[in-house]
Write a protein that binds this ligand. Structure first.
Ligand SMILES: [Mn+2]
Length: 344
């Protein structure tokens, strides 16, 4: 593991505020060992933070410069690069190590109640945030907005309970109220059973992968017709239902970028078609922040995971130098900018 010390912060490369003077703490976790399809998300944090330099500090509707509204302390970026192919056992061990490394860095910010902004890495990196938060806050007090194409409700994937494919299950284990949004309805048998057994059907909001008539003929017990979108966004009524379920004292926003349609965001570990539009995601996040404000719920922070930088030259493989800043990283950086702007 390499640790890249912060040279500067989000947006502004000339500033480096300390933790105590900042209301937000930013961490990059460049780990993609559990990715089963595309590897490369370990370069996500560097790409997103790099792209943030190109985001203007203010816009027509935002008014005050974000930079003046909120100071962001950069905790640094953990970088994991494995040259050799590892066994399942070794991968699990390395995942635990990553969760511990990141957990240590998050201890102080969580204790000081800083707003967290975390960039991955594959979805396994969320385990570190999950553990750090639930060390201090009872999971029964937390709502968790999960934006994702996948449920990730398997007990373990490739024998690794900390895998990207099990993060939903780990969140569930903590007693957290999780609302799944953007899920494509290609679900493993294990996950179908889990939803039925735990009565989660009403908490899962799908994007259909089949024509609408087919769902009229055959709707399984793990799907609610009123929770299915047949377009690239959820209806006002569906969004209202999603927000009504985020009803606990605290809220965390967990964004797996593959919630977006594969055409809207192709740089991700497991791209899936039939997803959400970028604008719909942006609107949903805005509504979520406003809803939390109205309910007086405290937003603990957010993470954006599974961002996969595009390479200039595929033959050369992954290195920071070979990752081209494209619209993908810019989309992730602008989402992070917007979230901070709406919260602060
Ligand atoms: Mn996913």
């Amino acid at each position: 593991m390499a640790f890249s010390k912060p040279r500067s912060t989000f947006l502004d490369e000339t500033k480096k505020p300390t933790l105590s003077e900042s209301r937000c703490a930013m961490l990059g976790i460049g780990f993609d060992l559990t990715a089963s399809f595309g590897k490369g998300t370990r370069l996500g944090p560097a790409a997103i933070i790099g792209a943030s330099r190109q985001v203007e500090f203010e816009s027509g509707a935002t008014g005050k410069s974000l930079d003046e509204k909120v100071k962001v302390h950069n905790l640094g970026t953990l970088e994991y690069n494995y040259k050799k192919k590892l066994s399942e056992k070794q991968i699990e061990k390395e995942t635990r190590k990553m969760v511990n490394d990141a957990g240590k860095l998050l201890e102080k910010p969580v204790e000081q109640k800083k707003f967290l902004m975390i960039f991955g890495g594959d979805h396994s990196v969320t385990n570190a945030t999950l553990n750090a938060l639930t060390e201090k806050i009872d999971g029964k007090k937390i709502s968790w907005l999960r934006l994702d194409a996948h449920l990730d409700l398997r007990q373990a994937l490739e024998h690794n309970p900390l895998s990207h494919g099990s993060i939903g299950r780990r969140v569930f284990d903590k007693g957290i109220k999780q609302v799944f949004v953007g899920i494509r309805d290609q679900i493993s048998a294990e996950e179908q059973e889990f939803i039925e057994k735990n009565n989660l059907a009403d908490d899962v909001f799908y994007f259909a992968t089949q024509p609408e008539e087919m769902y009229d003929e055959r709707l399984p017990a793990w799907m609610k017709k009123e929770n299915i979108s047949f377009t690239d966004h959820f209806t006002t009524q569906q969004v209202g239902k999603i927000l009504s379920k985020l009803d606990r004292e605290y809220l965390f926003i967990n964004i797996d970028i593959d919630a977006l349609d594969a055409n809207e965001f192709h740089g991700t570990g497991t791209p899936v078609p039939f997803g959400m539009s970028y604008r719909a995601l942006n609107n949903l996040l805005y509504a979520t922040i406003k809803n939390a404000e109205e309910k007086d719920a405290k937003i603990l922070g957010f993470d954006i995971v599974e961002v996969f930088p595009i390479l200039r030259d595929w033959k050369k493989g992954y290195s920071f130098e070979n990752a081209a800043v494209t619209t993908n990283e810019m989309k992730a950086a602008l989402l992070a900018y917007n979230l901070l702007n709406w919260v602060f």
